[in-house]
Write a protein that binds this ligand. Structure first.
Ligand code: SF4
Ligand code: F3S
Length: 111
């Protein structure tokens, strides 16, 4: 199994998660992060750290699309290990449904 990031992260990108990951397996896109499924050690530490509940174990049903997206973009985006500045309008996007329409495939800056 692995943990993955879902669309709750899109345009929120709060980054509390990266501070606690013992194996630094988060990767940064323009408006969300993903977890590298082959690097995640399933410790679960990041799950409660995300204020918008964007991190879930892939054992929950219906997450195939998100597992694929995490695996795909973890290979394309740069690694991120330290919390940065979240988007100014992050609060406005909190809890909004169907945010995949706003997904950006562009990479973030990484660190
Ligand atoms: Fe990192 Fe553990 Fe979260 Fe996996 S479950 S991304 S290893 S903190
Ligand atoms: Fe995203 Fe939550 Fe991390 S909003 S960047 S998964 S703390």
């Amino acid at each position: 199994m692995t943990y993955i990031v879902n669309d709750n992260c899109i345009r929120c990108k709060l980054m509390d998660c990266v501070e606690v990951c013992p194996v630094d397996c988060f990767y940064e896109g323009e408006n969300m992060l993903v977890i590298h499924p082959d690097e995640c050690i399933d410790c679960g530490v990041c799950e409660p750290e995300c204020p918008v509940e964007a991190i879930v174990p892939d054992t929950e049903p219906g997450l195939e699309k998100w597992l694929e997206l995490n695996a795909d973009y973890a290979e394309k985006w740069p690694n991120i290990t330290r919390i940065g500045t979240p988007p100014e309008d992050a609060d406005e996007w909190r809890g909004k449904p169907d945010k995949f329409q706003y997904f950006s495939s562009k990479p973030g800056k990484g660190d």
